[in-house]
Write a protein that binds this ligand. Sequence first.
Ligand code: CU
Length: 307
Amino acid sequence: MTYRKKSVAIAATVTGAVVALGTAPAIGGPHAASNLIATPKFAVTITWSGHGHNRTANMVVNGPKTVSAGRVAISLHGIGGEVAVDVVRLKSGYTYKQAVTDFNTFGASFGPQGPSAAGLRALRRVVHNVTFFGGPDTGSLSHERATVVLPKAGHYLIINDSNQGPTGQARKLTVTPKVGNRATPKTTASVRAITAKRFRGSLTLPASGTIKFTNTSTTSPHFLVLQHVKEGTTRKQVITSANSNSNGPPPFAMTGDAAIDVVSMGRSMTLSYKLPAGEYAEMCYFPDLQTGMPHAAMGMVRIVHLQ
Ligand SMILES: [Cu+2]
């Protein structure tokens, strides 16, 4: 049972101006197969070791140091617990170290009344300075595959986001201008996160297959947790649980969850996974930029079925 309240997944985004530059991510254009170039592949293994406060997750990335702009594939293997990666780009003048500090400042600022004003400013600094292109989060699984789109040339980072937030470990990735088209993975369901902090899209998702996740919000990054729940569990029950302070798993939680790490506004990715069939709650725990409240507690929960 790995029901977790992800109140502090790292956030980030980009200014509207930069979003506007992103041409539509390669969504199934009719390209002749002969025009397609190979999709760069990264095999990422993250291993947990140690105990208690000394528990650390170490990331090893196998893959190219330089790729041309476009879609890249990430296969993620987690050993010893849930692991996550995200591909990010930082605004000039802002470092990954600053992002980690700001994120931890936000997380440490919670008191009985929620995060402090300084903590919320730190959260908004992260969101303002980091674009999250997404990545896989294994949840209860040990393997997941994802594809993310790196839209243009620049310096990117593959970050180890396994600690319910950034661990500080990152691998540099240089992206050169686009040189050709790459295949778009076949997906059989789609999930959209919208500005109103709700999920839209397919009500039936594959139990074993590939889904497309798009953040169409204009105001906030989002992520997606697919949590297996008992058949008949209502959206209201899940929202009530997200608002409670109890730490144990709620009575409706069942074994099996998979997740997508933070995705900035206007970005899209695919996730491939294998989970038990049944009823699931789609949830986002990204913190509200004004209050720090996790989106799920504000109603960002949707009931779907995997089959
Ligand atoms: Cu959200």
